[in-house]
Design a protein around this ligand. Structure first.
Ligand code: UGA
Length: 432
């Protein structure tokens, strides 16, 4: 393997994971960011993102002299053979991806890029962006390659180093092969294709995952109504290798910084070419409805009204293992509960006391038992492992009411029953 000189623009979880992992594979990596504090922190080896293994890889890369952090893309690209674009592409007006950051980096580095280097886009961007970047660069000697990432927050390092596949797309075959070679040591199946196909792979994957989850949440509702048990139903379908066991866990709906943004962006892209993506619309609608359905379940468990009812919430982040609250279904449910007059106290292992925007909805405390004190019921919204091993007898002694609504089917209903509590799951029959 050739050790390459690589620049990574953007030090969010994707950029930082990409940089640190490529350095661990032996490449020489310079990561750029626009935030001077972040650059200082990272240069000192301080990683503030909750990503297992990332701090260690950053420390290792810094110590080996293979990883460096600089302020501004222009400093990073001067000597680069490959430039990875890992800047944010948030949801813009009308749901389409906002490409301001991508465009501004292009104009910043256009005249600085060494001849013959390859610009690789890792940000999730609309189909056609690689071509647009090529035009904006206006440098016939520089190829643009699409290389989407499939990293999950909370297991980004693991996902980078153990990929299910590598996807690389470009109209320049040799550039695509050079990028694919960077990952050669990982031994993953590699899809070499054109740029629009690579760009669409990312949306098609995330939207499929969203669709799978909305389907599962619908099957969970149907299970409740038909007297079935969704855990057995999903196990039963998951053994079919065409379906698979992953991503079959019902919950309060899917959220986070990717699935909501990417489903809306693909609807936009489809609309723009006069394609009514009904299946994807239904996927989003089902997800919105799921949050409401969870609130109905909680209301019913509390006797028909939430007005003035004190509830304890376990979890606020969009999934366990992250401190990310963006588009969190837990927060969306909390807001709906608040609108119905519930008084909320929450604990989340990833969320500190004062979080702007959250504290208006819910009082955040730093202890799960504190949440239970005097509450009419508990609602588990995020599947943190530590919630399973709470002392449920102690929880029961602190609670005023008896009911625990487990929106992730995460707890053991028998343990709760033995503690004198009633368990309400999703797609499962109640346990009293
Ligand atoms: C997602 C994709 O899984 C990654 O492959 C992709 O790279 C990433 O988006 C991205 O585009 O950058 P992430 O947003 O970190 O990753 O979160 P997921 O683990 O996919 O979870 C998404 C949502 O689905 C969460 O709210 C989670 O709680 C929910 N979920 C997931 C379920 O409700 N049930 C499940 O069985 C799995």
């Amino acid at each position: 393997m050739f050790a390459r000189r690589i620049a990574v623009v953007g030090s969010g979880y994707v950029g930082l994971t990409t940089g640190a992992c490529l350095a661990s594979l032996g490449h020489r990596v310079i990561c750029a960011d626009v935030d001077p504090d972040k650059v200082d922190r990272l240069s000192a080896g301080r990683v503030s993102i909750l990503e297992p293994g990332l701090s260690e890889l950053v420390a290792e890369g810094l110590a080996a002299g293979r990883l460096e952090f600089v302020l501004g893309a222009s400093k990073a690209v001067l000597d680069a053979e490959v430039v990875f674009m890992c800047v944010p592409t948030p949801m813009g007006v009308g749901g389409a991806a906002d490409l301001v950051a991508v465009e501004s980096v292009i104009s910043e580095v256009r005249d600085l890029l060494p001849a013959g280097c390859v610009v690789v886009n890792k940000s999730t961007v609309p189909v056609g962006t690689a071509e647009r970047m090529h035009q904006l660069l206006n440098r016939p000697d520089i190829a643009v390659v699409s290389n989407p990432e499939f990293l999950r927050e909370g297991s980004a390092v693991h996902d980078f180093l153990n990929p299910d596949r590598i996807v690389v797309g470009s109209s320049a075959q040799d550039a695509a092969e050079r990028v694919a070679a960077l990952y050669a040591r990982l031994g993953a199946p590699t899809v070499l294709t054109d740029a629009p196909s690579a760009e669409l792979v990312k949306y098609a994957a995330n939207c499929f995952l969203a669709m799978k989850l909305s389907y599962v949440n619908a099957i969970a509702e149907l299970s409740e109504r038909l007297g079935a048990n969704v855990a057995d139903v999903t196990e039963g379908i998951g053994y079919d290798r065409r379906i698979g066991q992953a991503f079959l866990q019902p919950g309060p709906g899917w959220g986070g910084s990717c699935l909501p943004k990417d489903t809306h962006a693909l609807i936009q892209a489809a609309d723009a070419v006069d394609f009514d993506f009904m299946l994807l619309r239904a996927t989003i609608d089902t997800n919105t409805r799921q949050r409401q359905r969870i609130v109905t379940k909680i209301r019913e468990a509390c006797g028909g009204s939430l007005d003035g009812v004190r509830l304890g919430l376990l979890g606020l982040t969009f999934k366990a293992g992250t401190d990310d609250l963006r588009d969190s279904p837990a927060l969306a449910v909390a807001e709906l509960l608040r609108e119905e007059g519930a008084e909320l106290t929450a604990y989340d292992p990833g969320v500190a006391h004062a979080v702007p925007g959250v504290t208006d909805t819910v009082r955040v405390v730093d202890d799960a038992y504190e949440v239970a004190k005097g509450a009419a019921g508990l609602v588990l919204l995020t599947e943190w492992p530590e919630f399973r091993t709470l002392d449920w007898a102690r929880v029961a002694s602190l609670l005023e009411g008896r009911v625990v609504v487990d929106t992730r089917n995460h707890l053991d209903p028998d343990v709760l029953r033995r503690a004198g509590l009633s368990w309400r799951g999703v797609g499962m029959q109640p346990v009293d």
